[in-house]
Design a binder for this molecule. Structure first.
Ligand code: ADP
Ligand code: NI
Length: 214
C-alpha cells in the first residue's frame, strides 16, 4: 500500500471512532474494497478512486447539523498536509461533493469515471443484506418505526403518499434502496447490484408475510 493511502486509512479510522454502525469505518472499508474491485474493470486513476472511497463520509452532513461543506474542508486540509498534488486533491473533492444520492447529477453519463466507480460502490453497500442491516440500524439510531401497517409504501409514490409513509425504516426501501440498481454507472456495478436487489425483494416479501402472521 502506498504511504498516502496508508495515512488516509489511519486518519479515517480515527475520525470515525464512535460513528453510527452504518456509516462507520467498516462501511468505508467495504466501499474501498468494492471500489477497487470495480476499478479493475475500468480505465481510471486508482489513487483518486481509493482516496475518494476512503474520505467520502468523513463528515456526513446527517451527523453534522446538515453542514455540507465540512467533509470537503476536512479532506482538503488532510490531503494538503499529506502533500498530495493539486490535481489529485481537486479530483477527490469533486467526488466527495457529488457522490450523494440526494445531490445526484441529472446527467450522470458525463461524470468522471472515478466518481462513477466510488458512487456505485457506495450504493452497492446500501443494498442487499448489508443494506437491510444498515437501514434498520439507522432507523433504530433515529428511533423510527420499523413499519407502519396503516401505510403501505410502494415504488413511484405520489408526493402525498410519500409524505405519509416517510419516517419508517421500511419506507426507506421504496424511497431509495429499490431505486439504486437502475442508477448503477458501471457494468460491474450493475452485476453486483442485481443480485443484492433480488435479495431485498425476497426480504420484503418475507417481512410482510411474518408481519401479517400469514
Ligand atoms: P447518501 O449519502 O448517498 O445520500 P445516505 O447517507 O442518506 O446516502 O444513506 C446511506 C444509508 O444510510 C442508507 O442506504 C440507509 O442504510 C441509511 N439511511 C439513510 N437515511 C435513512 C432513513 N431515513 N431510514 C433508514 N435508513 C436510512
Ligand atoms: Ni457512504
Amino acid at each position: 500500500m502506498n504511504n498516502l493511502i496508508e495515512n488516509t486509512v489511519r486518519f479515517v479510522k480515527e475520525k470515525l471512532k464512535g460513528a453510527e454502525a452504518g456509516h462507520d469505518w467498516y462501511h468505508i472499508e467495504r466501499v474501498w474494497k468494492l471500489s477497487k474491485k470495480i476499478a479493475e474493470t475500468e480505465d481510471c486513476n486508482l489513487e483518486v478512486v481509493e482516496l475518494a472511497a476512503l474520505l467520502h463520509d468523513i463528515a456526513d452532513p446527517k451527523f453534522h447539523n446538515g453542514d455540507e461543506t465540512l467533509a470537503l474542508s476536512v479532506s482538503s486540509e488532510f490531503l494538503k498536509n499529506q502533500q498530495a498534488s493539486e490535481e489529485v486533491i481537486e479530483r477527490v473533492l469533486f467526488i466527495i461533493k457529488n457522490i450523494s444520492f440526494k445531490n445526484r447529477a441529472e446527467t450522470p453519463e458525463n461524470l468522471p469515471v472515478e466518481l462513477k466507480i466510488v458512487q456505485d460502490a457506495d450504493r452497492i453497500d446500501a443494498i442487499g443484506a448489508i443494506g437491510v442491516a444498515r437501514t434498520f440500524n439507522f432507523g433504530g439510531f433515529k428511533n423510527n418505526l420499523m413499519y407502519d401497517p396503516e401505510i403501505k409504501p410502494k415504488l413511484n409514490m405520489s408526493k402525498e403518499e410519500y409524505k405519509k409513509s416517510d419516517g419508517t425504516t421500511i419506507n426507506h426501501f421504496y424511497e431509495k434502496l429499490l431505486l439504486l440498481k437502475d442508477l448503477m454507472n458501471t457494468q460491474k456495478g450493475k452485476e453486483i447490484a442485481a443480485d443484492r436487489h433480488n435479495f431485498m425483494l425476497q426480504f420484503l416479501d418475507q417481512f410482510y408475510k411474518e408481519w401479517n402472521v400469514s
